[in-house]
Ligand binder design. Structure first.
Ligand SMILES: [Zn+2]
Length: 404
């Protein structure tokens, strides 16, 4: 929890990789910031690091005070701290390593050949570390426009923390040009991703001896009817679209992931619940689809209530993540292409915090080192080449935002 007194002493020496960001990558990976645990030790360290370069940080805490977001602004040379800046955004938390077969210590970034192994090296501490490694250069060269750092908690459990950070940014009147979220895209520029909504459906039936089924209401069977409706909905998207071929899965998907019900084969089950999600293309409206599901479910109610008045079907919303659809011709996408020295942009199926910035009128793009296929895995790794590309991106960004 204590920021080291002399930061240079705390930073490991640069490795054979030759990466400017290597010491910072090693430092951030060494903090075990599994989502269920506190991230304050990492946040304190970054606060101290920024302070050593004259930069103040604002923290927003979780309700239990065990976790915090960090937002810090490097002011423009004219003192501007609010208008037209660029946000570099990353989450600080990582997924658990429990039960995974690791060949190295997951909390020690370890270079073997052309790969660096460690929890979070891809998802997504390396991007944040690379951005932070450029702070001395941003400060020394002076900025034409502000550069903001946004480090969040609890991304891996539903983008919980960043919502508070964004609310704080909006409330303080900070209006950035845009935000770059460094989730792993193989350093390809991504301007759109699917949104996701999920629900739990709870069916309360009525118990009876299984020899007397007409006296009961079978919650499991009704659940299965609704799950089948969802399955048919998924098939219709798969077969009939609408499609956007820029995505690896080019249509909206509907999926049931959990189901629990019943107590014994000879009892008509009273209760059953299941969890389902809709991962939708930005132009498909998940609420409309949900309304169809609910209307279908409600068709069972009259028959259920004829048998027992206290039967019901209820839905609890579990999570909401809006879709992201930043125009490829937006200013931030243009800046992203310049920093990447590459044309073109893509779309991905996984959700990120970018959509929450976008929803708050802060245009967002995604571009970060490593590949999502390596995220959440045992022996998570990122190639030195990807990290070098990330540094080159940051260097070109510096050339565009710095005065000298
Ligand atoms: Zn991530």
């Amino acid at each position: 929890m204590n920021a080291p007194e002399t930061l240079s002493a705390a930073l490991p020496a640069a490795g054979e990789s030759g990466l400017v960001a290597w010491p910072l990558i090693r430092t951030l990976v060494a903090f075990d910031t599994t989502s269920r645990d506190s991230n304050l030790a990492l946040i304190d360290w970054v606060t101290g690091y920024l302070k050593s370069h004259g930069i103040e940080s604002t923290l927003t805490f979780s309700d239990d005070q065990r976790k915090a977001n960090l937002f810090a602004t490097l002011p423009a040379h004219d003192g501007n701290v609010t208008a037209g800046g660029v946000v570099l955004s990353g989450h600080t938390d990582v997924v658990p390593v429990d039960g995974q077969p690791w060949n190295t210590n997951p909390f020690e970034a370890t270079q073997i050949g052309e790969r660096i192994y460690g929890r979070g090296v891809t998802d997504m501490k390396s991007f944040s570390a690379t951005g932070l490694a450029f702070v001395p250069e941003f400060v020394r060269r002076g900025l034409k426009r502000p550069v903001h750092f946004a480090l969040s908690y609890d991304e891996e459990v539903g983008c919980v923390g960043v919502r508070r950070l964004i609310a704080e940014v909006v409330q303080r009147g900070i209006r950035p040009l845009g935000c770059i979220v460094g989730e792993p895209t193989g350093m390809e520029l991504v301007v759109a991703h699917k949104g996701k909504k999920s629900w739990r459906c709870r069916i309360r039936g009525h118990e009876a001896h299984s020899s007397l089924t007409p006296l009961g209401v079978n919650a499991v069977q009704i659940a299965c009817e609704i799950v089948t409706y969802l399955t048919n909905m998924a098939r219709s998207f798969r077969d009939d679209g609408p499609f956007d071929e820029a995505y690896d899965v080019p249509f909206t998907t509907v999926h049931t992931g959990l189901i629990r019900g019943g107590t014994a084969l000879n009892i008509v089950p009273r209760d059953c619940w299941f969890d389902f999600e809709i991962r939708h293309l930005p132009f498909d409206d998940p609420d409309e689809l949900f309304a169809e599901v609910r209307a279908y479910a409600e068709r069972f109610l009259p028959e259920m209530r004829k048998v027992a008045a206290d039967t019901h079907i209820e839905f609890d919303a579990l999570s909401t993540m809006p879709g992201l659809d930043t125009g490829g011709d937006s200013e931030i996408a243009e800046l992203g292409r310049e920093c990447n020295a590459a044309d073109g942009h893509g779309k991905v199926s996984f959700g990120t915090e970018a959509s929450l910035f976008h929803a708050a009128a802060i245009p967002a793009i995604i571009c970060g080192p490593g590949h999502i296929a390596q995220a959440h895995q045992p022996n998570e790794w990122v190639s030195v080449e990807q990290l070098a590309r990330c540094e080159a991106f940051m260097r070109r960004l510096a050339d565009r935002v710095c005065v000298a």
